[in-house]
Design a protein around this ligand. Structure first.
Ligand code: URA
Length: 241
């Protein structure tokens, strides 16, 4: 791949801007300045630096963010901050998007990517990717409510029944629940449907992916193994549709 094209693909701006960076001597490969935009590169395991900062070549990016409260999963946040505030221009230029959404007051694991196929597959309404939520409720959680959540509830303006695949009462007011659909405000609506109310909501897990070690607002690139595990999840789920 030509150096100018590689830089552009990694979010360093227009082809023209990348050419300029290269001609200005800002780009190094193996600690050597390369000032020819048409320099041919092997992108396998490639590391390069721009203005002295080292970057790893990534064909696509897969990011896990521990979302704090008061952040919206939209580019034009209206009343709160945007989760995109956590990312620099280079990543924003790549066009990263949230994989699904969390409400502004929900904390926890959200994935972002510039891989359109991955995003579409994981957010497809027929997909059943398991997600684990922990919540605090307004009222004590009763045995009857646990049973109803397991057996499934109906939600207004939605077809079908929405059941939790795993429901664990952690304390009188704390519940852990796994769901595999993803309709609008699903967890809050399910709790409302059984006569309780979610006071605090946290997504702890998507598939096998957890974020226990990340502080709020911190993010990581998923490892190749984690990306593969997420893709396998899509494959498995597609095969049962
Ligand atoms: N369910 C909700 O009600 N809100 C979220 O943010 C995620 C799932």
């Amino acid at each position: 791949m030509f150096l100018e094209k590689m830089l552009q693909s990694q979010g360093f701006g227009s082809r023209k801007h990348c050419q300029q960076l290269i001609k200005n001597g800002a780009v190094e490969i193996n600690q050597t300045v390369v000032d020819s935009p048409k320099y041919k590169l092997d992108i396998d395991q490639l590391c390069f630096s721009v203005h002295g900062t080292t970057h790893q070549y990534r064909e696509k990016v897969y990011i896990a963010l521990n979302k704090p409260q008061n952040y919206e999963c939209s580019h034009q946040a209206t009343h709160h901050f945007s989760v995109f505030d956590f990312f620099d221009d280079i990543l924003m230029n790549r066009g990263i998007q949230c994989v699904g959404r969390l409400d502004q007051d929900t904390t926890g694991l959200i994935l972002l990517t510039d891989d359109g196929q991955f995003l579409q597959a994981l957010t497809h309404p027929k997909k059943h990717v398991p997600k684990v939520y922990k919540m605090q409720t307004a009222d004590p959680i009763t045995d009857e409510q646990l049973l109803q959540l397991e057996q499934g509830v109906e939600l207004r303006n939605e077809n079908g029944v929405f059941a939790a695949t795993q429901v664990v009462r952690l304390t009188e007011y704390e519940l852990q629940m796994a769901i595999h659909q993803g309709v609008y405000h699903q967890v809050k609506r399910m709790l409302a449907a059984v006569g309780n109310k979610v006071e605090k909501l946290h997504r702890a897990q998507i598939g096998q992916l957890r974020l226990d070690h990340l502080a709020e607002g911190e993010w990581i690139y998923l490892s190749a193994e984690q990306v593969l595990a997420a893709k396998n999840l899509i494959e498995q789920e597609l095969s049962i549709i």
